[in-house]
Write a protein that binds this ligand. Structure first.
Ligand SMILES: O=P(O)(O)OC[C@H]1O[C@](O)(COP(=O)(O)O)[C@@H](O)[C@@H]1O
Ligand SMILES: [Mg+2]
Ligand SMILES: [Mg+2]
Length: 337
């Protein structure tokens, strides 16, 4: 059987399903950048890429060397391609315009260049998350306001995961495909066709060290999960936490489950830890395209109208029945107030 590479898959999407050629090139360039990041990550201590960069990002988080390297790789790969009008990144203060010497295109790219940064120095899984938006008509130099589109307008989203294997998961809005990097061939090869998340699950992911800071509906739900077979949910649940959203979402796409990063009272003014534009929106698009659901506890994430580029959000995503349950618990608690 001949192998379907990412390039071939994208060409077939253009030929048979009307995927614009410039979107296809854009995805190819992002995938090439992910290969370069995978290579950089794998060098570890030998390549001098571990440890802190000695700088903070706009959100006040200490940047790791690989956060900065990955951001640079994505910028350099994409700026000359001719498919983009601008980029935005978790690691940059504001919008990155395409330099005047390069041609401009119809799309805008957003990314979390290195997700799961706390795993870098322990040789745990990390990844890259990306989201593609259309540049509004008539805008040649998009600013922050042009990026503030709800997630439902995304034309493509995906992530690469740099684990024991490097994989790339992609949605163009009609299902989710997964590709594994063949290092000898240098290509991403289709290995996960038509991914579907089971509606029910027996696995959950949440950082329980924050339990005392959660809202009542989250405490209620997790208590019920922990109560197991003799509790109100009537079954035993297992728990996993990779500390990299890419890893937890990848597990959910592979065998189901629910992932939660709720609001908590440690920083009460922030709606959550994860970023709407670089993490929650692309992951919610992928999860919905695989038959799952994603909310902030009260509302579908893809319907949220962003108010700023680096906006945070609470995230509950994965198997539909579980996401519906935790969302219902929030709404019931709100109604009883
Ligand atoms: O360390 P915590 O609080 O458990 O947070 C883990 C979460 O933080 C993140 O690492 C945030 O992403 P970055 O590494 O891109 O900042 C998520 O991937 C992950 O789910
Ligand atoms: Mg992240
Ligand atoms: Mg990051």
């Amino acid at each position: 059987m001949s192998r379907v590479t990412l390039s071939r898959y994208l060409i077939e999407q253009t030929r048979d399903h009307g995927t614009p050629a410039d979107l296809r090139f854009l995805i190819e360039v992002v995938a090439r950048a992910c290969k370069a990041i995978s290579h950089a990550v794998s060098k570890g201590a030998l390549g001098g890429v571990l440890g802190n960069a000695g700088t903070d990002n706009v959100q006040g988080e200490a940047q790791k060397k690989l956060d900065v390297i990955s951001n640079e790789i994505l910028l350099e790969a994409n700026e000359w391609g001719g498919h983009l009008a601008a980029m935005a990144s978790e690691e940059m203060d504001t919008v990155y315009p395409i330099p005047g010497r390069f041609p401009k295109g119809a799309y805008m790219l957003l990314f979390d260049p290195l997700d799961g940064s706390s795993n870098i120095d322990i040789n745990g899984s990390v990844g890259t998350i990306f989201s593609v938006l259309r540049c509004p008509d008539g805008v040649s130099e998009p600013g922050e306001a042009d990026f503030l589109q709800p997630g439902v307008t995304q034309v493509a989203a995906g992530y690469a995961m740099y684990g024991p294997q490097t994989i790339l998961m992609l949605t163009l809005g009609s299902g989710v495909k997964g590709f594994t990097l063949d290092r000898e061939l240098g290509s991403f090869v289709l290995t996960h066709d038509d991914i579907r998340i089971p509606e029910q699950t027996q696995e959950f992911a949440i950082n329980t060290s924050n339990a005392r800071h959660w809202e009542a509906p989250v405490q209620r739900y997790v208590e019920e999960l922990l109560a197991g077979q003799t509790g109100p949910l009537g079954k035993n649940y297992n728990m996993r936490w990779i500390a990299a959203m890419v890893g937890d979402v990848h597990r959910i796409l592979t065998r189901g489950g629910i992932f939660m990063y709720p609001w908590d009272a440690r920083e009460p003014n922030k709606p959550g830890k994860l970023r709407l534009m670089y993490e929650a929106n692309p992951m919610s698009f992928i999860v919905e395209q695989a038959g799952g659901a994603a909310t902030n506890g009260r509302q579908r994430i893809l319907d949220i109208q962003p108010s700023s580029l680096h906006e945070r959000v609470a995230v509950f995503l994965g198997s539909k029945a579980e996401v519906e349950r935790i969302t219902r618990y929030h709404l019931e608690a709100d109604a009883a107030r």
